[in-house]
Design a protein around this ligand. Sequence first.
Ligand code: PLP
Length: 218
Amino acid sequence: MIAFNLEKIKTELPSGVKLVAVSKFHPFEAILEAYSEGQRAFGENRPQEFAAKAVQLPPDIEWHFIGHLQTNKLKLVLPYAYLVESIDTLHLLEAVNNWGEKNGKTIQVLLEVHIGAEETKQGFTPSEVKAVLQMAGEFPYVRFRGLMGMASHTDDEEAVAADFAKIESLFDECRGQFPALDGFDQLSIGMSDDWPIAVRHGSTEVRIGTAIFGNREY
Ligand SMILES: *Cc1c(COP(=O)(O)O)cnc(C)c1O
């Protein structure tokens, strides 16, 4: 089933959009099945699970951290992370930069944007995003790669499209306003239920779990 689901998504997804397979709560075997189909980018949202999988699964997997990250959990995530997509406070950003300095690693991040979806209180407002990017020079061990966001959880496709449109225009404004930011070119929007809408709004990366691996057991 995993192979079938992956194949179906890959035929529909434009070739320029990266597919991150969100494997949280799913066992190693599920990841290995996707891996054997050629999938290399995986997303996890709990530090302990992220570290266990990153250490034990094939080393050429590109691990994306997509969950809430507390500063006392950095050592579980930052050594293995290709991209931390969920930077949601200045405090976390400072801690990541400090960790990078101590460990001699530059950490690639996305800033998580809060655009009014009631479900997620996490993330920066659009004006906070710009204020953070204005200060980018203060974080030499952080490479700002773009923005991550979620749409409201609703069946109303117009509401979802409106949320994605807001994130897209913020992304475009940031790129215009901070042209010196090297590699700020990633817009991570779109999940199982709404990724086709996200793709129409400039998504460069979709994070898909359920539509690949089936329902999660919590
Ligand atoms: C779980 C999760 C996803 C994937 O959600 P699905 O609806 O299963 O595709 C994407 N992004 C984040 C931040 C998540 O926590």
